[in-house]
Design a protein around this ligand. Structure first.
Ligand SMILES: Cc1cc2nc3c(=O)[nH]c(=O)nc-3n(C[C@H](O)[C@H](O)[C@H](O)COP(=O)(O)O)c2cc1C
Ligand SMILES: O=C(O)C(=O)c1ccccc1
Length: 374
């Protein structure tokens, strides 16, 4: 008998089926840009494989009539700890781009992070997302006045935190993009940089040349202190993979740490984020909130990250697949699916609130081979 496999046009039941749809219908250059990791994509596979190596340890016989996925992020309430990571140039996936994904996040009462490299402006996203929780992802440019201007705009437009990405002095080498000569399609613009001297164009030059010309290689912890001095918004540092840097981030006053390897798009062969997480949680010791992104595709992945101390998880590619499928509706469906899978994992584990999900609910598979040694 033939195996039962959903075709790309069947209604997606999970994130992988949204991805199958996107792989069928997105133009090759766009798809390659979205799917690629750096170099040999070792870390790209690891981000998924490491979740599989963790096994769930459910408890039973407790009242599971009411499962509550609500939590707070830096004091702001959200209905689910499944949030949207910043990803660049979303109008390549769907004409509504960031407007659709930010509106989807608002409808599902979760947090949307807008990329600096967006095809919709800071202000237009604010308008479409209404009262929803929004954070702004910042890159520090050589031009510090330009950087300051972005911070001021984000603050004025009601974004509730700055997510400072620190793993991108240059762009990682994504070989498919180099082969394709990938650049932003002509009909789209870098929406935050359209006026006068701030006009940035990446329609002619590729992304790596763009970052080489404009991003600052000399960013240090002093610049994080500078950022703190020019804004009252809390700062979340994105792209930390070691406990040493997590401690420095706390010392300089960051209120959040997003454990991320940029979806395996920067330095290849770094560990999976779920494996980097525990040491960071331990080192931070409650001084900051810790979040994770990278390879989260199922509610069980989210559950494992929460069990190991993440306060929330962020989806990168999955929301792009939802966007490519059906705009705002597709992104909402992706958020709903992963959240409902998380609620199922909670029910099966007899944890009815996010706060109850602790390290006892996961074990590394190695434990089952030699339990006495672990
Ligand atoms: C197409 C694409 C564009 C991205 N653009 C940005 C960006 O502009 N700024 C940033 O901080 N991270 C960016 N990221 C990284 C994501 O924020 C996130 O770390 C990563 O996608 C999470 O992994 P996942 O895709 O496996 O969920 C991008 C990721 C992808 C896939
Ligand atoms: O593609 C990316 O992952 C990304 O973060 C980025 C950074 C600078 C310019 C364009 C995209």
């Amino acid at each position: 008998m033939a195996p039962v496999v959903a075709g790309a046009d069947a209604t997606p039941l999970n994130v992988d089926e949204f991805e199958a749809y996107a792989r069928t219908y997105l133009p090759k250059k766009t798809l390659d840009y979205y799917v690629s990791g750096a170099d040999d994509m070792v870390t790209l596979k690891e981000n998924r494989a490491a979740f599989t190596r963790l096994k769930l340890m459910p408890r039973v016989l407790r009242d599971v009539r009411h499962i509550d996925t609500a939590t707070t992020l830096l004091g702001q309430p959200v209905a689910t700890p499944v949030c949207i990571a910043p990803s660049a140039m979303q109008r390549m996936a769907h004409p509504d781009g960031e407007l659709a994904s930010s509106a989807a996040a608002a409808a599902q009462k979760t947090c949307f992070v807008l990329s600096t490299i967006s095809t919709t402006s800071i202000e237009d996203v604010a308008a479409s997302n209404g009262a929803g929780l929004r954070w702004y992802q910042l890159y520090i440019f050589k031009d510090r006045e330009l950087t300051r201007d972005l911070v001021v705009r984000a603050e004025k437009a009601g974004y509730k935190a700055l997510v400072l990405t620190v793993d991108t002095p240059i762009l990682g080498s994504r070989e498919a993009d180099l082969r394709n000569g990938f650049a932003l399609p002509r009909h789209l613009t870098m929406a935050n940089f359209t006026g006068g001297k701030h006009a940035h164009r990446v329609n002619e030059v590729g992304l790596s040349q763009y970052t080489k010309e404009l991003f600052d290689l000399n960013i240090t912890w002093d610049d994080v202190a500078w950022l703190k001095s020019i804004t009252s918004l809390p700062i979340v540092v994105k792209g930390v993979l070691t406990p040493e840097d997590a401690v420095l981030a706390c010392d300089v006053g960051c209120q959040g740490i997003l454990v991320s390897n940029h979806g395996a798009r920067q330095l290849d062969t770094v560990p999976a984020t779920i494996e980097a997480l525990p040491a960071i949680v331990q080192a931070v010791a409650g001084r900051a909130e810790v979040y994770l992104d990278g390879g989260v595709r199922r509610g069980t992945d989210a559950f494992k990250a929460l069990a190991l101390g993440a306060r929330a998880v962020f989806l990168g590619r999955p929301t792009l697949w939802g966007l490519a499928h059906s705009g705002q509706q597709g992104v909402e469906d992706v958020l709903k699916m992963v959240t409902s899978e998380l609620a199922h994992a909670m029910m099966f584990s007899a944890t009815t609130s996010i706060a109850e999900i602790g390290p006892n609910y996961v074990r590394h598979e190695a434990y089952f081979r030699s339990p006495s040694k672990l």
